[in-house]
Design a protein around this ligand. Structure first.
Ligand SMILES: Nc1ncnc2c1ncn2[C@@H]1O[C@H](COP(=O)(O)OP(=O)(O)OP(=O)(O)O)[C@@H](O)[C@H]1O
Ligand SMILES: [Mg+2]
Length: 454
C-alpha cells in the first residue's frame, strides 16, 4: 500500500460566508460588542477630536475616511455607544485598554461632555438620498427618532408647528385638502391624526401648553407622502429646528453618526452647497455630523470647488487598520474541524516550534502582544500573514482583500484554498510568500490587461 500524506483540507474549514463587517445587522448580534473595539492610535485621536468639538474648541463635524474594511463602521458604532452608554460602561471601556487607561485627561473631558446630555442618532447608507429634500427629511427623521428615544421634546414650537398651523389657516382650500387627506385609510395608524378634526389639530398646534412632537412628525410624514409642498421643510427650516431643539432641551450636543456616506457625493453633485450648510451648522451650534466614507480624494473630481469647501467644514481622520487587529481577524476565518482537532494538535506543535524565530520578528514588527494571534494562523507562515495584510491594504480593493485570499475557491486562483487542498501537514508545508505573488500580482496583471483593452 502506498503512503498518501493527508492534506490540510482534512483539518480546516473556512466559513465562506465569513466577512467580518460591521453593519446594521451585525451590531444587533449580542455576541458582537462595541466594547471589543481595540482603541488603536487613530481611534484615540478620533476621540480627542470629538471631545474638542464637544467642548467647542474646534467647531467642526468629523469625517472618518479609509479604504475597505479598515474599521470605519466599528469606530462610529463605538463612539456612538461611548457617548451614550451608562457611566459604568464608559469607565469600564477606558479601564480595559492600556492605550485608554493612560488618557486621563481625555476620559475626564469626555465624562464632562457626557454629563451635559448628548443625543446621538445613527443612520446607514445614502443611496436613496438623491435630493436636498430627501437629505433634509432623512436628517429630520433620524433626529426625531433619537430625540424621542432620549425623552426630549422635538416639536419645534417656534419653527415647525407655527409654520404648519399658519399654512392651514391661511386659506380655506388648504384646510379642506388637509381634512380630506387625514381621513384616508393609510393614516388610520397615525395616532395624532385619526379621529381628529382639522380644527382640533390647528388648536393643538397653536396651544403652547400642548405637547405636539408626534403630531408634527406625523403631519410632516403625511406632507412628504402626499406631496404637499407647504409641509416641505427646507434646509433653512431644518437648521432653525435643530438649533431650537438644542436650546429647548438644554442639550450639550446632538450628533448624527452617518455611516456609508460615500454615495451621497456622487448622487448630489448639484446640491452639495445645501449639504455644506448643514455641515456648517457645527460652527454656530453644537450639532455634529460624523460621516464615514472611502478616501475622500476618490469621491470627487480634483477641481470640484464646492466639494473642496465641504471638506474644509470637517475635521478629517483617516483610519488604517493596525496589523495586530488584521491578523486576529484572519485567524477568526480559519477553523479547525472538530473531529480533526486531536490529530491537528501534533502537527500544530511542530509547526509552532519551526516558526518561532520569524514569529518573534513579526510580533515585534506588528506590535502583536499575544503569540496566539499568529499561531492561530498556522500553516500560514508569520511572514506571509503580515505581508498578506500589507499587500491587501496596498491594493485596497474587495477583490484582493485578505478574506478573498482565504475564501476564494476559484481553481484558477491559487490562494489559501488551493494550498489546503494540495499541501500536507505530514510534509510540514507552510504557506509561504510565493502564494501571495500568485494572488496579488497575477490578478493585478489580468486587471491591467482588461482595463487597457488588451
Ligand atoms: N479597532 C478595532 N478593534 C476590533 N476590531 C476591529 C477594529 N477595527 C476594525 N475591526 C474589525 O474589522 C472588520 C472591518 O471593520 P468595519 O466593517 O468597521 O470596516 P469598514 O471600514 O467600515 O469597512 P467598509 O469599507 O467595507 O464599510 C470588522 O470585523 C471589525 O469588527
Ligand atoms: Mg463600513
Amino acid at each position: 500500500m502506498t503512503y498518501e500524506p493527508s492534506k490540510y483540507i482534512e483539518y480546516f474549514e473556512v466559513d465562506e460566508g465569513y466577512y467580518p463587517e460591521i453593519n446594521e445587522s451585525s451590531i444587533k448580534d449580542p455576541k458582537n460588542k462595541w466594547q471589543n473595539t481595540f482603541p488603536h492610535k487613530n481611534i484615540v485621536e478620533m476621540l480627542k477630536t470629538i471631545e474638542r468639538a464637544l467642548s467647542r474648541s474646534e467647531k467642526k463635524s468629523l469625517w472618518v475616511e479609509g479604504t475597505y474594511g479598515t474599521g470605519k463602521s466599528r469606530i462610529l458604532w463605538m463612539m456612538q455607544n461611548l457617548l451614550s452608554c451608562p457611566e459604568n460602561e464608559f469607565d469600564a471601556y477606558f479601564d480595559e485598554y492600556d492605550g485608554l487607561r493612560e488618557e486621563i485627561d481625555l476620559r475626564e473631558r469626555l465624562r464632562a461632555a457626557r454629563n451635559g446630555k448628548i443625543v446621538t442618532a445613527v443612520r446607514y447608507a445614502t443611496g436613496d438620498i438623491t435630493s436636498t429634500q430627501k437629505l433634509v427629511f432623512a436628517v429630520f427623521e433620524s433626529l426625531t427618532r433619537a430625540l424621542k428615544n432620549s425623552g426630549c421634546k422635538f416639536d419645534g414650537a417656534k419653527t415647525l408647528r407655527g409654520k404648519i398651523a399658519g399654512w392651514l389657516e391661511s386659506d380655506k382650500a388648504n384646510l379642506e385638502m388637509f381634512r380630506a387627506k387625514i381621513r384616508k385609510p393609510e393614516y388610520r395608524m397615525a395616532a395624532t391624526l385619526v379621529n381628529r378634526s382639522a380644527e382640533e389639530i390647528i388648536e393643538r398646534l397653536k396651544n403652547p401648553q400642548s405637547e405636539v412632537s408626534q403630531l408634527v412628525e406625523e403631519i410632516l410624514k403625511l406632507g412628504e407622502r402626499e406631496g404637499i409642498r407647504a409641509f416641505n421643510i427646507d434646509m433653512q427650516d431644518l437648521l432653525e429646528w435643530i438649533t431650537e431643539v438644542l436650546n429647548e432641551n438644554k442639550l450639550k450636543a446632538i450628533i448624527l453618526f452617518w455611516d456609508e456616506f460615500s454615495k451621497f457625493f456622487g448622487n448630489n453633485r448639484n446640491n452639495l452647497d445645501e449639504f455644506q450648510r448643514l455641515a456648517e451648522l457645527s460652527n454656530i451650534a453644537p450639532f455634529y455630523l460624523v460621516i464615514a466614507t472611502h478616501e475622500s480624494q476618490s469621491l470627487a473630481g480634483q477641481g470640484d470647488r464646492t466639494f473642496r469647501s465641504i471638506q474644509d467644514r470637517f475635521t478629517h481622520k483617516e483610519i488604517k487598520m493596525p496589523d495586530n487587529i488584521a491578523l486576529e481577524l484572519i485567524g477568526h476565518a480559519l477553523k479547525i474541524k472538530k473531529i480533526a482537532q486531536g490529530r491537528w494538535q501534533d502537527f500544530f506543535v511542530t509547526l509552532r516550534e519551526r516558526t518561532a524565530a520569524p514569529r518573534k520578528v513579526v510580533m515585534d514588527f506588528a506590535k502583536v502582544a499575544d503569540e496566539k494571534i499568529l499561531t492561530d494562523l498556522l500553516p500560514i507562515h508569520p511572514m506571509s500573514a503580515i505581508l498578506l495584510k500589507n499587500l491587501a491594504t496596498y491594493f485596497a480593493s474587495n477583490q484582493r482583500s485578505v478574506f478573498n485570499f482565504i475564501k476564494n475557491t476559484d481553481p484558477n486562483i491559487k490562494a489559501f484554498q488551493d494550498f489546503i487542498a494540495t499541501k500536507s501537514p505530514d510534509d510540514g508545508d507552510l504557506l509561504t510568500i510565493d502564494y501571495l505573488w500568485n494572488f496579488f500580482m497575477k490578478a493585478a496583471r489580468t486587471n491591467t490587461a482588461a482595463t487597457s483593452g488588451a
